[in-house]
Every structure is written in structure tokens, then in C-alpha cells.
Design a protein around this ligand. Structure first.
Ligand code: NAD
Length: 360
């Protein structure tokens, strides 16, 4: 099959890890006879250096013509990089927010999976997770508190600030549907997380989620309050399959879930719109402290490429191959410095990419 992939190499370690993901995709193409045509897109600091702004309208238009976009990471060191002397709307991260908005990427997917080989890095006691854990957080990304009206004002001499948390039924329905569709590809359980004992927006969330659940009789729906979920993630993470939640709760819970895996260089993510289109990127940033040194772990980006195959291109078997290849290379004892442990074999960014590509 033939696909057009937008490739954002980005800043810092971005170009190094994006290159390794592309190498692995090339191996997939060779094995299965697919053709991926890449369109190089500039975002973040790399775009500022060429165009003076972090994202041009032309880049957005070009991204729209792609089947999916794969990204390294963007941004620089805020203390030293000239990009951060620009006004906030012209800094690297503004480009990322803009592309998410322009492409309508309302569903953010963040898997948290504990590799047996990396159990040592997990801060949770072994006795609590004898069989590891494997969950995915589905977070609403374009509504709620972060996008509601806000203002700071003087209320009779008292400085006052207000943020608005608003959701309508359509916004809830489309993200809930996504979560149930993903659950159908997994262990068929959705935990919807809210604060329905206090918030009206959460009560609507529960009502609409229950309506969507009726269309997926094979999937079990459970509701959980966000404070309980924060506890359960460190007490019994294995109970979760798909966690469905709104924007701010998802922001916090997905970072908590990723930390219990113990290694930032392993965590992939996807942001999807109403169609099959998605933007795929590692959960970590551009790590300017190790840029250009071949120290970065490319696995999060390689696993993001696997998600792209699964969710945007419907190439599930090929995605499985990549995930299996990563497991094999870890089982053989290869590690980049961020996940290095005693007795393991230290590799660099390029070698790790070569090893995973060779396993495909
Ligand atoms: P970061 O994730 O870049 O780095 C945090 C720490 O983790 C650093 O010590 C870094 O060396 C390490 N690290 C991160 N990824 C790694 C990898 N693949 N392999 C090995 N080690 C890795 O976070 P930060 O330092 O707070 O941010 C740096 C820049 O990245 C900032 O400009 C920030 O805005 C940007 N950022 C971008 C994204 C994105 O592109 N979506 C996300 C988060 C941060």
C-alpha cells in the first residue's frame, strides 16, 4: 500500500530520533512491500530559523494532504535559546498548539506499558504488579478548562481570576466513542474518569458516556472519580485498560501513568481528529541537554510510529511487528543510557534504531 507521511524532525534530539523511526518504517516497507512518501514539514524552532514563525499556513496545508504526521520533538532550552526571546505566540511551542488546533486533534492517546525488562525502573513494588500493566489514556484535547473563557479582574479591590470548564454533549460523545473503539481493539474495558460528585460538566460527561457505551455491548464501562483514579494508578495500575477522561484530568493522570513506567524515553503518544488522521510524537520533549550526542532513546518515537500504523493506516500487523521488535531488543539486553542497568549492553541512538530495524 502507498501512504503520504508528514515528517516533522523538529529541534534538539528531534532529528536524531525521527531518523531512527523512519529507519524502522523503511524496514516495515521492505518487509510488506508498502511505499511511504515523506513530506518534510518544519515546526517549532526549525521553522522559526527559516520563516521567523513556528508554523506557517503552507505547512498546515501540506500536513492536511498527508495520511498522518510523525514528529520528533520541538523546543529548545528556554534559558539560552534565542527562540525564547520572541513573544510567546512566536515561540516553538505555539506552533505545536496551533497545528493541534488547525487539524482538529481532539483525542490524545497516551499508552503506559510496563516492559518486563524495565521493571527495575518502575517505582511501584513488584508485589503490587506481578504481571506488569498495560493501559492507554484517552484524553480530550481541545475543550474543557484549557479552552474556556478566562479573565483576571479587580473585584472591589480584590484581585480575582476565573477559568471556565465547559463541555457540550458532542465534544463528549466523539471522545467517548474513540475510547470505546480503542477498547474494542484491546481488553474491552473503559474506565471513565470524572468528578461527578461536584461538577456539572462531569455529570454530563457520565450521562453521554453511558449513552455511547450502549453502542458497545462488548465493552465494560466503569466510572471512577479523578481523586480515586490518581490513587489507583499507583496502587493497582493493572486494573486499567482504557482510561477515558477530559482535558485537565487527562493532562495530570497521563503524566502520573507515564511516571509509573519509570522511563520517559519509552513513552509514545498520538493525537487524532474526526477522520483517521493523526499526529504521532513521543511524550517527552526535545531534551536539548543531550541533543547531537546520540544519547537519546529513540524508542518512544519508534513506538509512536507503530501507533501511526495502527490508528491512521490500519496496518495492525505491521504495528505489532514494531512493538515485538522493541521487546526483543530489550530482552536481548540492549539499553540507551536513560534506561541503562547493571549487566546490560549500552547502545546509542543510532545503534538502537539499527537493532530494532534489524528485528523487523
Ligand atoms: P524533556 O522531556 O525534553 O527532557 C527532560 C529530561 O528527560 C532531560 O534530562 C532529557 O535529557 C531527558 N530525556 C527526554 N527525552 C529523552 C530521550 N528520548 N532519551 C533520553 N533522555 C531523554 O523536557 P524539558 O527539558 O522540560 O523540555 C525541553 C524542551 O522540550 C522545551 O523546549 C519544552 O518546551 C519542549 N517540549 C516539547 C514537547 C513536544 O515536542 N511535544 C513536549 C514536552 C516538552
Amino acid at each position: 500500500m502507498e501512504f503520504k507521511i508528514g515528517l516533522i524532525r523538529g529541534d534538539g534530539i528531534g532529528p536524531e530520533i525521527a531518523e531512527e523511526a523512519r529507519k524502522v518504517l523503511d524496514a516495515v516497507c521492505r518487509k510488506y512491500g508498502h511505499t511511504f512518501n515523506y513530506s518534510e514539514l518544519l515546526l517549532g524552532g526549525a521553522s522559526i530559523d527559516v520563516h521567523g514563525i513556528p508554523l506557517t499556513d503552507e505547512t498546515i496545508e501540506e500536513a492536511r494532504t498527508c495520511d498522518a504526521v510523525l514528529m520528533g520533538s520541538i523546543g529548545g532550552d528556554a534559558a539560552t535559546s534565542p527562540w525564547y526571546k520572541l513573544e510567546p505566540s512566536k515561540r516553538p511551542e505555539a506552533g505545536l498548539l496551533k497545528i493541534r488546533k488547525e487539524l482538529g486533534l481532539f483525542a490524545n492517546l497516551r499508552p503506559a506499558y510496563l516492559y518486563n525488562e524495565l521493571k527495575g525502573a518502575c517505582p511501584i513494588k513488584d508485589s503490587l504488579i506481578p504481571d506488569g500493566f498495560d493501559m492507554i489514556i484517552v484524553r480530550e484535547l481541545t475543550g474543557g478548562l484549557y479552552f474556556g473563557d478566562r479573565k483576571t479582574y479587580d473585584d472591589n479591590g480584590v484581585m480575582t481570576a476565573v477559568d471556565t470548564l465547559k463541555y457540550n454533549e458532542n465534544e463528549i460523545r466523539r471522545i467517548a466513542r474513540r475510547a470505546f473503539e480503542i477498547a474494542m481493539k484491546r481488553r474491552k474495558k473503559v474506565t471513565s474518569v470524572d468528578k461527578a460528585n461536584v461538577l456539572d460538566s462531569s455529570r454530563l460527561w457520565r450521562k453521554i458516556t453511558a449513552e455511547v457505551a450502549a453502542d458497545f455491548p462488548e465493552v465494560t464501562l466503569e466510572n471512577m472519580l479523578v481523586d480515586n483514579c490518581a490513587m489507583q494508578l499507583v496502587r493497582n495500575p493493572a486494573q486499567f485498560d482504557v482510561i477515558l477522561t477530559e482535558n485537565m484530568f487527562g493532562d495530570i493522570l497521563s503524566d502520573e501513568a507515564s511516571m509509573v513506567t519509570g522511563s520517559i524515553g519509552m513513552l509514545s503518544s498520538a493525537s487524532l481528529n474526526e477522520t483517521k488522521f493523526g499526529l504521532y510524537e513521543p511524550s517527552h520533549g526535545s531534551a536539548p541537554d543531550i541533543a547531537g550526542m546520540s544519547l537519546a532513546n529513540p524508542i518512544a518515537t519508534i513506538l509512536s510510529a507503530a501507533m501511526m500504523l495502527r490508528y491512521s493506516l490500519d496496518l495492525d500487523r505491521e504495528a505489532d511487528d514494531i512493538e515485538e521488535a522493541v521487546k526483543k531488543v530489550l530482552a536481548e539486553g540492549y539499553r540507551t543510557q536513560d534506561i541503562m542497568a547493571e549487566g546490560m549492553k549500552l547502545t546509542n541512538t543510532v545503534e538502537m534504531g539499527n537493532l530494532i530495524a534489524a528485528e523487523i
